[in-house]
Design a protein around this ligand. Structure first.
Ligand SMILES: NC(=O)c1ccc[n+]([C@@H]2O[C@H](COP(=O)([O-])OP(=O)(O)OC[C@H]3O[C@@H](n4cnc5c(N)ncnc54)[C@H](O)[C@@H]3O)[C@@H](O)[C@H]2O)c1
Length: 387
């Protein structure tokens, strides 16, 4: 089976991600079959697409005819039997290994032997999802970012057993949907969710230590670093239920490497249901009329805040290259297109001087005696080689 513009796409799970992925595929001209166990989710997904299309036609981004065609290409299926003629099925159901595995076991009995299965999982290994199927070589990860129609990045993640043919076909197909596609090794957090960890955890650490308050850390990262949002604003937007679980999963899956250790502060927010924007309270208070503390705009302190987070990020990016998670080019693309970082981290490190980054990390490593500041071997090599 060769995946192409005529391939029929199946999407399972009509929540935030599945609905977005179905829209992307239908916009690219594919017939799409969308299924969800919950009729309510399917109904909401259909209604949301109507709203999106109305907005896009009002803005002149699509014509009325295109909007009608996109919507008519999505079939809202009542059960999985409608997937029998799908060539490429992407699951975006709950992040639960048992549910995803059972789903693929059921699908195996329905769809053609050469159809491709993909998972949009953020944190489970692709090997664990596909390993026990009869044809694990046709199972692959395709990690879209939220909202899928707007975020350009997709991480394509072959497992140990995924065939090269499947990888290259999926890569080309998703590229043809207008996405920036990068190839990531089947390792915890893939590229973005691994490399970005210090953006959140180091910010919380500085807060816990009383080094700076929330608005000041956010200010430093925005104003001095050029990040679109500060770490606390971003965590509140993502939601602490989601962001904390990603951190905890990456940490556990990395055999408790201290570099990825989650924070008790964020765990407490999650436990208290202070998820951030969606619950009205997180690090910030979103209730009407709530007063917000002003940032102190001390540039000297701001520079320390920026460097502490940025050096950790640069170290993660270099270590991801060192451990073969992805190529330098793909790591740079992933962080600029997946989380909108102002520059590629590896290029940013070069601009600042890798020696300076190493000195900073060694200083904190000494000061804290904590392995989280452990510099990557590749960073040390680059400094030694004057790169
Ligand atoms: N939300 C994000 O930012 C994001 C980003 C990238 C990847 N992901 C991943 O995408 C997947 C879906 O996330 P989401 O945020 O869209 O979740 P969601 O809760 O919005 O949607 C999940 C949907 O799956 C449906 N569902 C559950 N079990 C099912 C089953 N067995 N068969 C069919 N439908 C089933 C639910 O009814 C629900 O509508 C997860 O694996 C998540 O880790 C999420």
């Amino acid at each position: 089976m060769k995946l192409n513009a005529q391939s029929r796409i199946g999407v399972i799970g009509a929540g935030a991600m599945g609905s977005g992925i179905a829209q992307v595929a239908a916009t690219a001209g594919h017939e799409v079959c969308l299924f969800d166990l919950s009729q309510e989710s399917l109904g909401k997904s259909k209604a949301a697409l109507v709203k999106v299309m109305t907005r896009l036609t009002e803005k002149g981004r699509v014509t009325d005819d295109e909007a009608v065609a996109i919507q008519s290409r999505i079939q809202y299926a009542e059960n999985l039997s409608h997937f029998d003629n799908c060539d490429f099925v992407i699951e975006a159901v709950v992040e639960n290994l048992k549910v995803k595995k059972e789903l693929f076991f059921s699908l195996e009995k329905i769809i053609a032997n050469d159809a491709v299965f993909a998972s949009n999982t953020s944190s489970l290994s692709i090997a664990s999802i596909g390993g026990e199927l009869s044809n694990p070589e046709r199972v692959i990860g395709v990690h879209f970012f939220n909202p899928a129609p707007l975020m350009p990045l997709v991480e394509v993640v072959p497992s140990l057993v995924t065939s090269n043919e499947v990888t290259s076909q999926v890569f080309d197909l998703i590229k043809s949907w207008g996405k920036k596609v990068v190839l990531a090794k089947d390792t915890p957090g893939f590229i973005v969710n691994r490399v970005a960890r210090p953006f959140y955890s180091e910010a919380i650490k500085m807060l816990e230590e009383g080094f700076a308050d929330i608005p000041t850390i956010d200010w430093a990262m925005r104003e001095l670093g050029g990040f679109r949002m500060g770490p606390f604003q971003l965590m509140d937007l993502i939601g602490h239920d989601v962001n904390y679980v990603v951190t905890e999963t990456v940490w556990t899956e990395m055999y408790f490497d201290p570099r990825y250790k989650p924070s008790i502060t964020q765990k407490r927010l999650k436990e208290a249901n202070w998820f951030g924007r969606k619950s009205g309270k997180g690090f910030y208070d979103y209730s009407e009329g709530a007063s917000q503390k002003e940032a102190s705009t001390d540039k000297v302190k701001g520079k320390v805040i920026l460097e502490r987070i940025l050096f950790m990020l640069i170290n993660e990016a270099i270590d991801a290259k060192f451990l073969g998670v992805a190529s330098v080019e793909d790591i740079e693309t992933a962080m600029t297109k997946g989380v909108n970082y102002p520059k590629g981290l590896i290029a940013w490190g070069k601009e600042l001087g890798y020696d300076k980054v190493l000195i900073g990390l060694n200083y904190w490593f000494e000061r804290y005696g904590d392995d989280r500041y452990r510099p990557s071997v590749l960073l040390k090599d680059w400094v030694q080689d004057n790169k």
